[in-house]
Design a protein. Structure first.
Lengths: 379, 397
């Protein structure tokens, strides 16, 4: 048992923190998220080519740094600290995770493209009726010769406007919500019949509604087995869930630090408001939530390799705790800032918005408590 | 970073399990199962077995009698002893005054007191709080006035846990009335059989005689029993409080507690289903488990993380706050689970009392334990004081 980071892990964190410190200050971020494309592609390129950061969780034989989930957590936490909108989560954590799991020629072809920064992959899994149920799919992929024909509507696909590829869940058999009959495809984002409605998200990102209108996709787009994709999808979504817990930890830390700083500057009744015990204790409570979020992220990350049931229980415990903590820290950061906290002017409100979206991402507190109970308390 | 147990760790785990299975006293187990009040001999029975084995003080440095275990082995030890429902060891010598003595004591103090703490020969109590000094501990008024090679001590201490059993007490006393509050305090070791000491019971909400008032009237204490410099006792006190706070998290015991609550909630019926199938009750159990996992991994980070060698710091206040809240929620949930049979009041069962007790065994101590455990957010520096400590020492406010 060991809870220390390796030298390489410390180096990844330090390198990335320095780079983001130089390139990702709040004003710069606001400029590019409000630009037409909503991003600065040079940052992604630099992350890939100057820092090698997109190879953090990949094997050295693919050109990666030889890491795994812990390295993803480190990167995500640092991105959280600058409310980064870089598509590391869908591209590296999710699509990268799926490719690592299936291996073979598909991994050999795509992973180097991810590491080089050439591929941006969006994860099209949610549907309007599906809520957080990964098997609740109306999108269908019907066998057609050697390939498939894809039809359906995917909701709120983060990073889709920037994507070169889409990772899509679709039903190749069975009825809506069956565990069987679910498949996972990695396809070119610009195939004929893919229609997107792009929009900004409240937390500074970009996303799309995606309509597949009888899109012909090749047979080798299938990742894993046909109709047996759900366990793989659950696994990569669990990996993504602890990755957003790590991001939340970074976001929450900044919300807390920003609040500490503000209360020491802001004077009322002739003294800095940080002198008031009621605010001190609130900031201690926020601190405790940040520390527990960090602990639960580590717990979830370390348990990703366990058998599915233990993994899911651990990930759900982590996400439930982090969701509550993000809610508490975010709301209290705004409250403690007073009026200025509810304006667009300060960074604090933008951290609050990202914290709020993370609460529900890959399942709310209630969803994860339900899942946790189903696994651990049903007998 | 990993949470694997090495083959050596697994072998150690097995060794611990075997040792407990072969050596834990059966009659002590019976008394615990019946919910009886523990005597001094009960508390010491397990202590003495561990002393003989050399496992009595895992947290101490090896040179003073520690086990030299790794953080992982200590983690395994606390898990296994909690899993097996071993009686808790009294912390006053092992976790409180012992570390103060080996950190600040003279060679003579170490040579005399430490072996007797390890063997269980001396039972210790803590003379800190006073009627007028609770959270504001530094306002204490018990005085020690130099008289030749001795001090003459006068004053009153309160909330002195199990002082009725104590051979020795460690006391905070004022040796300089003129100095700023925290600078005029000294740390004294006092023989509880000294003339002038009176111990009077305080009965707490569960009906237990657990705490006492201790009166000191012209008690003569050799100056050689002062630990560290005169007027520097606050340094010892702060050191001790940080130590006390980490032990207070009680993760392993709370894990075991949740297992017990679940067992009760599987037995108790709610309609035609077990109580544990009630969605509201189940959610409270699940929330408790999740919060306990967060506490456990926060503690593991501090025990086996980058700062592991630094010793407990002010962040241990977090462990105290969250640990005590969880212990209280656990007793609250237990009381809720037992339903009607939380109400009957027992004061233990005397020898030869064969009358069948009322209600299920697991209900007997539910309410008294709930009442008793309200202490956890008050003692060791109340949770409000812990927040003050974090605000000042960690957040720099």
């Amino acid at each position: 048992m060991d809870f220390t980071y390796t030298e390489t892990q410390d180096m990844i964190r330090d390198t990335l923190a320095r780079f983001l410190g130089d390139t990702y200050d709040f004003e710069t971020r606001q400029k590019f998220i409000n630009s037409d494309s909503g991003r600065d592609p040079a940052i992604w390129t630099a992350l890939a080519q100057d820092l090698g950061m997109l190879g953090a969780p990949f094997a050295e034989e693919h050109g990666g740094l030889g890491g795994g989930a812990l390295e993803n957590a480190i990167v995500m936490e640092e991105l959280g600290k600058v409310i980064g909108i870089e598509p590391y989560l869908p591209t590296v954590v999710i699509a990268g995770g799926a490719l690592k799991a299936v291996g073979g020629a598909q991994a050999d072809a795509m992973i180097p493209e991810i590491i080089a920064g050439n591929a941006i992959i969006a994860f099209a899994y949610a549907e309007p009726q599906g809520r957080y149920d990964l098997a609740n799919l109306r999108t269908s992929a019907k066998k057609d010769g050697a390939g498939y024909v894809l039809s359906g509507h995917k909701s709120v696909v983060y990073a889709a406007p920037w994507a070169t590829h889409l990772l899509v869940t679709a039903r190749t058999g069975g009825n809506a919500r069956d565990r069987d009959g679910v498949s996972l495809f990695l396809i070119d984002a610009n195939l004929p019949g893919i229609v997107r409605r792009d929009y900004p998200t409240v937390d500074g990102g970009r996303a799309s509604e995606i309509y597949f209108e009888n899109v012909a996709i090749p047979g080798d787009a299938l990742l894993g087995g046909e109709g047996t994709g759900l366990p793989l999808i659950e696994q990569i979504v669990d990996e993504a869930t602890v990755a957003v817990c790590a991001e939340a930890t970074g976001v929450m830390q900044k919300l807390h630090e920003g609040t500490l700083e503000y209360t020491q500057q802001r004077k009322q009744f002739g003294v800095p408001i940080a002198k008031f015990q009621v605010l001190q204790h609130r900031m201690v409570d926020m601190f405790m939530e940040v520390e527990q979020a960090r602990s639960m992220t580590i717990m979830g990350t370390l348990k990703l390799g366990l058998p599915a049931n233990e993994r899911m229980a651990a990930v759900s415990a982590a996400k439930a705790k982090v969701a509550r903590g993000a809610n508490f820290v975010g709301q209290n950061a705004i409250q403690t800032h007073g009026g200025i906290g509810i304006t667009q002017e300060l960074a604090i409100g933008h951290y609050f918005k990202r914290a709020t979206m993370i609460e529900g991402q890959f399942g709310s507190h209630d969803y994860h408590m339900d899942r946790y109970e189903r696994i651990t308390l049903n007998d | 970073m990993d949470m694997e147990f090495s083959p050596e760790d697994l072998a150690f785990q097995q060794e611990v399990r075997d040792f407990i299975a072969e050596n834990y006293p059966a009659d002590l187990r019976d008394k615990q199962d019946e919910g009886e009040e523990m005597s001094k001999e009960d508390f010491l029975a397990w202590h003495k077995i561990l002393y003989k084995k050399g496992w009595i003080a895992p947290a101490w440095p090896v040179e003073y009698g520690g086990t030299g275990w790794t953080p992982t082995q200590r983690f395994i030890w606390s898990e296994e002893t909690a899993r097996a429902d071993c009686i808790r060891l009294m912390p006053f010598g092992l976790a409180m005054v012992g570390p103060v003595i080996y950190t600040f004591g003279t060679p003579e103090q170490k040579a005399h007191f430490l072996p007797r703490i390890l063997s269980g020969e001396d039972w210790w109590c803590q003379g800190y709080s006073e009627p007028g000094s609770g959270s504001d501990l530094a306002s204490l008024r018990t005085t020690a006035v130099a008289d030749g090679d001795d001090y003459i001590v006068n004053g009153q201490k309160t909330w002195t846990t199990l002082a009725q059993h104590a051979d020795w007490g460690f006391f905070l006393v004022r040796t300089d009335k003129e100095a700023k509050q925290q600078e005029g305090i000294s740390f004294l070791l006092i023989d509880m059989k000294s003339p002038g000491i009176t111990v009077r019971p305080i009965i707490t909400l569960g009906g237990e005689h657990e705490v006492n008032e201790v009166w000191l009237e012209d008690v003569r204490v050799p100056q050689s029993q002062r630990v560290y410099d005169e007027n520097k006792g606050w340094t010892c006190a702060k050191f001790l409080l940080a130590h006390e706070r980490t032990g207070i998290a009680g993760v392993a015991a709370s894990k075991r507690g949740i297992e017990k609550v679940k067992a009760i909630a599987r037995t108790e019926l709610d309609g035609d289903k077990p109580l544990l199938a009630n969605a509201f009750f189940k959610r409270k159990v699940a929330e408790l488990e999740v919060d306990l996992a967060a506490l456990e991994f926060t503690e593991l980070r501090s025990l086996a993380g980058p700062n592991a060698n630094r010793g407990p710091g002010p962040e241990s206040s977090l462990l105290k706050i969250k640990g005590s809240e969880i212990q209280q929620r656990l007793t609250e949930l237990t009381l809720e689970a037992v339903g009607h049979y939380g109400a009957p009041y027992f004061r233990g069962f005397g020898e030869g009392d064969n009358e069948h007790p009322i209600g299920p065994d697991y209900a007997h101590r539910a309410a008294p334990t709930y009442f008793n455990m309200r202490k956890t957010t008050i003692y060791g520096g109340s949770n409000e004081i812990q927040r003050n400590i974090i605000a000042k020492m960690v957040l720099g406010l």
